[in-house]
Design a protein around this ligand. Structure first.
Ligand code: BG6
Length: 503
């Protein structure tokens, strides 16, 4: 967590103030920042939504969110009461822009109270079709300010394809400068994801091995046990490619694949990430056939309860062609990674919730041990477990204790639980604090977003234009469609899972 710094007085305006994201993530994050002493001395949080609510009703509403979802449990009475003095509500209806007048007056009143150095952060925690409308209203009501006094945070999905992402970028950059725009990808705020940079670039032993000479393949696997739940309406228009791969998984891939930045400057780091995306091999029709797999779950049993198939979830078409699972083999065509496959998979209603990055190293060039003692032989692997277990494991061969020379794989483990006693901040705490301090490192720049879309567009177009005839093709609580196993098995590998399979 950041060292305590003095922050400018800040006004947070949260569009979607009564929505799920605010109640589950933003309000608990702001409260925890406050409780830990990371909020500015003077701040105001203005929730906005269509509903008519007074400040007290709004405070009660977000208290429910904090009590249910905060990592620190229920709010502490005294702290909450002080925090909540800074929480306000004003109704804003985007379809009735005049309601922005009330918001403008509130912002002006706080600016007068806090002083002219006050910064305003607009957080768009709303449905993506409202992003342009809100941005335009902010502009029309002269609320956009300048780089020092105003920022806008945009939730994902940023566009639904390359064209719409470009359009949104054009609109936003006609109102704000790039330095004011914070495109959020909450994965980048996760403690373990941030640690990838530290692990790679603060240790000297790794770099000589981090390339095609020593690594034989890389896997990035983000599997979820949950189904789409009540987000069917949103998910129907997204699917696993748009919801997870275009952003979270490609960002993880960039962190693993990037060259060493020359410093810790936000743009320098983001340049290096964009370089990876630009070096990724474009998909032709044959690559789509051989290197991509899509899936959709059917009903099954999860922890003793029967769960519906995707096509029976609320808000989902009975003949939906939306993928709830995707596996893709990528290549990064540059000196470091030429010929090394990056296998990426993600899906809902899978057997286990886990986010793992596995780097499998090449085998030793020559085996000196007799086969009788190497029954459990395994190539070295580095496994970065992002969640729920937070750890980094290096799997090496060792001698099993005893009179005979028998080898078996053992793990050298750095695990957060055993190493640190302090609580890990939530991704949103880190990112909200970054937005306040003006640090864009963990936010997506326009060209990052567009490059990721550009890479995936051929797959998205192919999957949309040709309905899958095999959907639904995996059972809830399984590891996904068989074709995903075949995708990787064809190259002689298999997907790694936790608990770690010691084959
Ligand atoms: C979101 C996706 O961005 O990330 C969800 O829209 C997904 O579908 C979620 O479940 C996963 O994030 P986390 O932090 O819960 O692992």
């Amino acid at each position: 967590m950041k060292t305590l710094i003095s922050l400018k007085s800040t006004i947070f305006v949260i569009f979607g103030g009564t929505g799920d994201l605010n109640l589950r993530k933003l309000a608990p994050a702001l409260y925890n920042l406050y409780a830990d002493g990371y909020m500015p001395e003077k701040f105001a949080i203005i929730g906005t939504a269509r509903k008519e609510l007074d400040d007290q009703k709004y405070r009660d509403l977000i208290l429910e969110g904090v009590n249910s979802f905060s990592r620190t449990g229920k709010a502490v009475k005294e702290k909450w009461s002080k925090f909540t003095d800074n929480v306000h509500y004003t109704p804003v209806d985007v379809s009735a822009p005049k309601t922005f007048e009330g918001l403008r007056d509130k912002i002006e009143a706080f600016k007068t109270e806090f002083g002219k150095d006050t910064q305003v952060i607009y957080y768009l925690a709303v449905a993506p079709d409202l992003f342009p409308l809100i941005a335009k209203c902010i502009s029309d009501y002269k609320l956009a300010g300048d780089e020092d006094t105003c920022r806008i945070v945009i939730e994902k999905p940023f566009g639904r394809d390359l064209d719409t992402a470009r359009e949104l970028n054009q609109l936003l950059t006609s109102i704000f400068t790039e330095k004011q725009i914070y495109r959020i990808d909450h994965y980048l705020g996760k403690e373990t994801v941030q640690n990838i940079m530290a692990f790679r670039f603060a240790n000297s032993f790794l770099e000589p091995l981090w390339n095609r000479t020593y690594i034989d393949h890389i896997q990035i696997s983000v599997t979820e046990q949950l189904g789409v739940g009540d987000r069917g309406g949103y998910y129907e228009g997204a699917g696993a490619l748009r919801d997870m791969i275009q952003n979270h998984l490609l960002q993880l891939l960039c962190l693993i694949g990037m060259e060493t930045p020359i410093n810790f400057d936000a743009d320098e780091i983001r340049n290096k990430k964009v370089d990876v995306l630009k070096a990724m091999r474009a998909f032709g029709p044959e690559d789509i056939r051989l290197s991509t797999v899509r899936g959709q779950y059917t009903k099954g049993w999860v922890e003793g309860k029967e769960v519906p198939g995707y096509r029976h979830e609320t808000g989902v078409a009975p003949d939906s062609n939306t993928e709830t699972f995707a596996a893709i083999k990528f290549f990064v065509d540059n000196w470091r990674w030429q010929g090394i496959p990056f296998y990426v998979r993600t899906g809902k209603r899978l057997f286990q919730t886990s986010s793992l990055i596995t780097i499998q190293f090449k085998d030793v060039p020559h085996h000196i041990f007799p086969s009788a003692v190497t029954e459990h032989w395994q190539q070295n692997r580095l496994i970065i477990s992002i969640q729920p277990e937070m750890s980094i494991r290096l799997q090496v061969q060792g001698k099993r204790p005893g009179l005979d020379m028998v080898l078996n794989p053992v793990d050298m483990v750095f695990d957060y639980k055993g190493t640190y006693t302090s609580d890990t901040p939530e991704a949103y705490e880190t990112l909200l604090l970054d937005a306040m301090t003006g640090d864009q490192t963990q936010f997506m720049r326009a060209d990052q977003v567009e490059s990721a879309w550009e890479l995936l567009m051929p797959v998205i177009n192919a999957w949309e234009s040709k309905k899958s005839i095999s959907f639904p093709n995996y059972t809830a609580d399984s590891w996904g469609p068989e074709d995903a196993e075949a995708l990787i098995a064809r190259d002689g590998f298999h997907w790694f899972t936790l608990p770690l399979n010691k084959d």
